[in-house]
Design a protein around this ligand. Structure first.
Ligand SMILES: [Zn+2]
Length: 326
């Protein structure tokens, strides 16, 4: 058994104690945010939001606690699906009571891993998930059960990001964080205890560098957005928050190709504005708005060609006017 299977093996047999689960989640959280032994990193988004399902505003990573429950619940299903198997007969011989017959036999006084299983049944019932009375012939999928448990137990966050497979995951992840004000702009760093004299914008120096300022309202960002709006013949909402921008209120319906293209351009623009900002801060590199716009045009073209599979996508047309593809 490979070392990566071992945790799965244990989690499918034993109910992990709370302290073990929180230690394991802590290791996962540190790995996610890039902690090393020598450097502690800021956890920008609360771990429960990272674990929460995507349709509840999370990242859909899923908790180990729920993975453990789902893996163990398979025993409930197997007991009913295959009562004539040797292990089911063994469980019945040890745990069944003649006086009180029970489809899920368990004698709490007998030590061993089985005594946890009926408890799991009760926990799942609290979330309206009944594995014991699944319809005959219904297939058991651990992943499906895990998703059901996640859906029943996680917080419902207000902001739901519309993830788009045409956008590289790390870029869309950046947009999600920007929408939540969880990117390392100076103002957000100060909030998290990083000390600096005044968290000023690296471009205009006149304002505090908040995520919305650097990405939308700074004169440099405004200039970029002005050109993007002209290029797309679409009025991206840049006077409010990053969430307002990403919601694309005045765009065609969200399932349409046009909406997806506009969304891709909005996220691509945020990404390249952020890269230009980093180049200014860390390499003192001054960039013209026009070159950021050129980067946005070429990245969005590449993403659409390779991921969006838009027909008749032509660079000359694309770089001069997006509206013929909308
Ligand atoms: Zn500024």
């Amino acid at each position: 058994m490979g070392k990566f299977c071992l945790p799965l093996y244990y989690l499918s047999l034993f109910k992990a104690p709370g302290c073990v689960l929180s230690e394991l989640e802590s290791i996962r959280r540190k790995f996610f945010w890039g902690d090393t032994q020598s450097a502690k990193k800021i956890c920008w988004v609360a771990w429960d939001r990272i674990l929460a399902p995507i349709n509840k505003g999370g990242l859909g990573v899923g908790s180990l606690k729920n993975a453990n429950l789902a893996l163990l619940s398979k025993w409930l299903w197997r007991l009913n699906a295959d009562p004539s198997s040797l292990w089911a007969k063994t469980i019945a011989a040890i745990h069944a009571s003649r006086r009180r017959p029970n489809p899920l036999p368990a004698k709490k006084t007998i030590p061993g891993t089985w005594k946890n299983i009926p408890v799991i049944h009760e926990t799942l019932l609290e979330h309206n998930i009944d594995i014991v009375n699944m319809p005959n012939g219904a297939e058991f999928e651990t992943k499906e059960i895990r998703l059901e448990i996640e859906a029943a137990t996680s917080t419902d966050f207000t902001y739901k990001h519309s993830w788009l497979s045409w956008i590289p995951k790390k870029v869309d992840l950046f947009a999600w964080r920007a929408a939540l004000n969880r990117i390392p702009s100076k103002s957000e760093l100060v909030k998290r205890g990083v000390q600096m004299p005044f968290p000023s914008c690296p471009w205009c120096f006149a304002n505090e560098e908040t995520p919305a300022h650097i990405c939308l309202s700074c004169p440099m960002a405004s200039d970029i957005w002005r050109q993007i709006k002209q290029w797309c013949a679409f009025d991206f909402s840049t006077d409010g928050t990053i969430i307002d921008l990403l919601q694309l209120q005045s765009a065609p319906p969200s399932h349409s190709k046009s909406h997806k293209i506009l969304r891709l351009i909005a996220v691509c623009s945020l990404w390249h504005i952020w890269i230009a900002r980093n180049n200014k801060i860390f390499q003192n590199q001054n960039t013209h708005a026009k070159s950021v716009v050129d980067e946005i045009k070429s990245s969005s073209f590449l993403w659409l060609r390779h991921r969006g599979k838009i027909e008749n996508l032509d660079w000359i047309k694309w770089s001069s006017n997006v509206s013929c593809f909308l």
